[in-house]
Design a protein around this ligand. Structure first.
Ligand SMILES: [Zn+2]
Ligand SMILES: [Zn+2]
Length: 372
């Protein structure tokens, strides 16, 4: 442990970062039994797994928005008081608080993991702590599985003892004021009756309009995933995160969990947020018109007063095997909402096909008997 600590200090490029480490590398040990304390979402305190002793958290202020400009990332400070673990199976790099040891990769369950000298990357400035405990998330998982009528009976039985891993994933959020002008060309359909006699028919035609206007909108916390393991579409399927409630980053919240290092930089994430916002503005403009068809929308938007947060958000990851195939689900650590894949029972599918077939056969038989 001594060598690891030396390593961290050697990596520290400047005085201020070392000071940060002294504050943050507090060892979260139980005062009664010496075991590690982990952040407990139910009590919102640090709790010992072995003797249930709870310790108060250090007080933390709400997260502050940071002013964004291209290259802001250069001002980030290194993430201290954590160590990096690389998974040789899936390649994920996750952080643990410096005094914990990992036995398997939180993303894929592989035990083929190594502690690496890779730097932990840049320190998040915000964290949205877990609000749903492992036990509570398991209840959501069982409910979700229960609602999947095609899932095999045996799986539901096995899932009772299914374990999950709590991981914080990196997300950048952006606030920005958008002001713009636009020109739109849109069409409205109308029908006319043409021809005469046998050739009399209706045809659809389009009347075209051009309009210009101004638009403005304030965007609050547009979320862009910066993770290697979670896609943007999964982020929105999970329902997003209440990043407005995030707190100033503190290592105490990742005690007992792991955290993924970000894989996508701040400027790249801003470029994605920009695309998302431009798309929203375009839809806002289109919704002003009773258009059946859009020819073009030309926009000239400026974004000002842009701020960001680099925030860790909590998810629960379930990995399980069923008949040698791997399945994965993730749960929103704030709301419990589960998304993911599950095996479908060939037996149940066959039964449904047979039942539908039998119903069709019965209808045909009745029809022939009574109507033919
Ligand atoms: Zn204890
Ligand atoms: Zn892995």
């Amino acid at each position: 442990m001594a060598t690891k600590k030396t390593q961290i200090q050697n990596d520290a490029p400047e005085q201020s970062a070392e000071n940060t480490e002294v504050v943050e590398s507090k060892i979260y040990k139980c005062p009664s039994c010496g075991n590690f304390l982990h952040y407990d979402p139910e009590t919102k305190k640090l709790k010992c797994d072995y003797c249930d002793t709870v310790e108060e958290l250090e007080p933390v202020a709400p997260a502050q928005e940071q002013i964004y400009h291209v290259g802001s990332e250069n001002g980030f400070i290194p993430w201290q008081g954590v160590k990096a673990i690389r998974c040789r199976s899936c390649g994920a790099v996750t952080m643990l608080s410096a005094y914990e040891t990992a036995v398997k990769c939180p993303f894929c369950n592989a035990s083929n993991i190594v502690e690496t000298n890779e730097i932990a990357g840049l320190k998040p400035n915000a964290v949205l702590p877990f609000a749903i405990s492992k036990e509570q998330e398991h209840t959501y998982f069982m409910k979700w599985l229960k609602s999947k009528h095609l899932a095999p009976f045996t799986l539901k039985k096995e899932a009772k003892k299914q374990d999950s891993q709590g991981i914080y994933i990196p997300v950048f959020t952006f606030d920005s004021q958008c002001n713009g002008v636009y020109t739109i060309r849109y069409g409205q359909h109308y029908t006319v009756t043409v021809g005469s006699g046998k050739n009399r028919r209706t045809e659809t035609r389009t009347r075209w309009y051009v309009d210009t206007g101004v638009i403005s909108n304030f965007f609050n916390d547009i979320q862009v995933e910066a993770s290697k393991s979670i896609t943007q579409s999964n982020l929105s399927k999970m329902g997003g995160f209440d990043t407005d409630n995030s707190l100033e980053y503190h290592n105490q919240f990742i005690s007992g969990y792991s955290a993924e290092r970000y894989d996508k930089g701040l400027d790249e994430s801003w470029a994605e947020a920009y695309t998302i916002m431009e798309d929203i503005i375009k839809r806002m403009i289109i919704s002003r018109y009773n258009a059946d068809v859009i020819d073009y929308v030309n926009m000239n938007n400026t974004y000002s007063g842009t701020t960001y947060k680099y925030v860790l958000v909590p998810i629960w990851v379930f990995n399980y095997k069923y008949r040698k195939k791997e399945y994965g689900c993730i749960g929103n650590g704030r709301t419990g909402k589960i998304i993911g894949k599950y095996p479908k029972s060939p037996f149940k599918i066959t039964a449904i096909v047979l039942a539908v077939g039998a119903a069709v056969a019965l209808i045909v038989w009745l029809y022939i008997k009574y109507f033919m």
